[in-house]
Every structure is written in structure tokens, then in C-alpha cells.
Design a protein around this ligand. Structure first.
Ligand code: CP
Length: 304
């Protein structure tokens, strides 16, 4: 991997995370700065996206860079059989940094091995989503005033959800207690539970999702059941409505509790929850702009 790529942030130290959070806070105060004048940022989205692509592109534009890229691989030569390696080598001729989303796990790591241009992983299959994790950490830090010693409930699709996998790994130095709430078919994969055991991270698996079960949560991290990851759509139909958060379930929750969701949501959070002071998912998405300004600068070695 070339050394400026951001494929995962799981190995970042506490000091490094804090530095990135503080830079993100500076970008929140001042998002328009000409730090990337003359740079070209490429966004290669082999899978659909609203927030990640648009906030990365907005981040690049607000910092003075120009943006090239595609939102659908069908309009590129990959539809004629061009390999990912060749696509990355070509775009490396044009851009200073490549932001890529791909359906294959490990695609970003692979891309970072075939080019010297920094790659930022914008999501690789069910594996990792480090820029989402950065904005999640920022949202947690901002709303809780700390990252240490939090009770974090992860709810929904814990099998395919790259955002929960990424967040889990990045929280390992902060003594979290995780509560995994998922239907059997979508439970947290063994490799992540083994990771927790190896790293000494406490976790509890549960299937109940009630006002009482979430009453001691600091963070309630809801996720969408991802239809696009199922090979058997009957199975999707069976589990898609397993966990739905309603406003009447928030009566006993802690005052500091915030509801996060990487978005998009389908129906796992009822619309009436949006009016609750605990709902934070739209601000969370807004934080994505500032976190991605930080990460583009980091990949390019630019001190904000
Ligand atoms: N959270 C997230 O990755 O959203 P998009 O799929 O819209 O980019």
C-alpha cells in the first residue's frame, strides 16, 4: 500500500484520531479554504452513493480543488472489460488523489498497491468505510464530549454493514461496551467478535429491541438492512423489518443518548423520530463534509 492511502483507520493511534478530530472541528468552523488550489481529485464510484460522493466532492470544491470521476461504471471502459488495475493506473495519470467505492472487499487495498497516488476507501463491499468512521467518531466526540467508556448499541444489519465493522475496529482504544442487536441471519460476523475478544472489547449480543433494552445507551447506531447484499431476496423480505425505532421507545433513554445512522434509511427509523432531540443522523451526515475535508488533506499531506 502506498503510504498516504486511507484504506482503513483501524490502526490509527489515539493521538492520530484526536489530531484528525481537531482538524475536522477547524473545518467545521471554516469549511471554505483554498488549501487544494491546483489539485485534481478523482471520485470513482463503482457502487451508488449520495452522501459519500457528494460530500467528498463538496469538500474538494470548497478547498479549491477540481473534481473528475464517474458515478456509474457502466459509462466507463470497465464495461468493456478494462480491469480495475488498468482503470486505477489511468486515473493516476490525471488526479492527485483517488476516492473509490467498489463492491469488492479489498478493492481499495488492491488499488493502493497498483499506484503511487493516494487512494481513499469510500467503501469496499461489506468490509470497511473509513471516511464514514471518521465522521462517526467526530459525531460521537462532539455529542458526548469524549470517545472513552461509552455504551454503543449497534442495531440492524451487522453482517453486511461496513460502517459498523469500521466503527467497531476504530473504537478499540476507547474502552467501549458494544451491544449487538440483529436478527440471527444478520448477526455480527465471527471475525469481528474474535477481534473484540482479542482486543479485550466487551460486547453483548441480544435480539430484544425495546424501550428498556436501549435505556442505558449513549449511542444508538441504527443501520439499514441492505437489500443489495442479499443473494436470496426471500431472506431479505423475512428480516428487513426486524428492528424499527419508534419515538415511543425513547421515553427511558439517557439525556445524552444520540441516534446515529450512516444513511440512507429505509424504514428502520420512523419519521417521527426525526423531531426528537436524540436524533442526530442528519447532523452526522453534515459532519461528513468536514471529516472528508480532513481526510483529503491528510491523503495529500497538506496541513490545514
Ligand atoms: N453513508 C453512506 O455511505 O451513504 P451513501 O451510500 O449515500 O454514500
Amino acid at each position: 500500500m502506498n503510504n498516504r492511502s486511507i484504506v482503513s483507520i483501524a490502526d490509527y493511534s489515539r493521538e492520530k484520531i484526536m489530531q484528525l478530530l481537531e482538524r475536522t472541528a477547524l473545518f467545521e468552523q471554516q469549511p471554505n479554504r483554498r488549501l487544494l488550489e491546483g489539485k485534481v481529485v478523482a471520485t470513482l464510484f463503482f457502487e451508488p452513493s449520495t452522501r459519500t460522493r457528494l460530500s467528498f466532492e463538496t469538500a474538494a470544491l470548497r478547498l479549491g480543488a477540481r473534481v473528475i470521476g464517474f458515478t456509474d461504471p457502466k459509462v466507463t471502459s470497465s464495461s468493456k472489460g478494462e480491469t480495475l488495475k488498468d482503470t486505477i493506473k489511468m486515473v493516476s495519470n490525471y488526479a492527485d488523489v483517488i476516492i473509490m467505492r467498489h463492491k469488492l472487499e479489498g478493492a481499495a487495498l488492491y488499488a493502493s498497491e497498483v499506484t503511487d497516488v493516494p487512494i481513499i476507501n469510500a467503501g469496499d463491499g461489506s468490509n470497511l468505510h473509513p471516511s464514514q468512521t471518521m465522521l462517526d467518531l467526530y459525531s460521537i466526540w462532539k455529542t458526548q464530549g469524549r470517545l472513552d467508556d461509552l455504551n454503543i448499541y449497534m442495531v440492524g444489519d451487522l453482517k453486511y454493514g461496513r460502517t459498523v465493522h469500521s466503527l467497531l475496529m476504530s473504537m478499540r482504544k476507547y474502552n467501549p461496551t458494544f451491544h449487538f442487536i440483529a436478527p440471527k441471519e444478520l448477526e455480527m460476523p465471527d471475525e469481528y467478535k474474535m477481534y473484540c475478544r482479542k482486543e479485550g472489547i466487551r460486547y453483548v449480543e441480544q435480539t430484544d429491541f425495546t424501550e428498556d433494552t436501549i435505556s442505558d445507551a449513549d449511542i444508538l447506531y441504527m443501520t439499514r438492512v441492505q437489500r443489495e447484499r442479499f443473494s436470496d431476496l426471500m431472506e431479505y423480505e423475512r428480516v428487513k423489518d426486524a428492528y424499527i425505532l419508534r419515538a415511543d421507545m425513547l421515553g427511558k433513554c439517557r439525556e445524552n443518548m444520540r441516534i446515529l445512522h450512516p444513511l440512507p434509511r429505509v424504514n428502520e427509523i420512523e419519521q417521527e423520530v426525526d423531531d426528537s432531540p436524540h436524533a442526530y443522523y442528519f447532523q452526522q451526515a453534515q459532519n461528513g463534509l468536514y471529516a472528508r475535508e480532513t481526510l483529503i488533506c491528510q491523503a495529500l499531506g497538506i496541513e490545514p
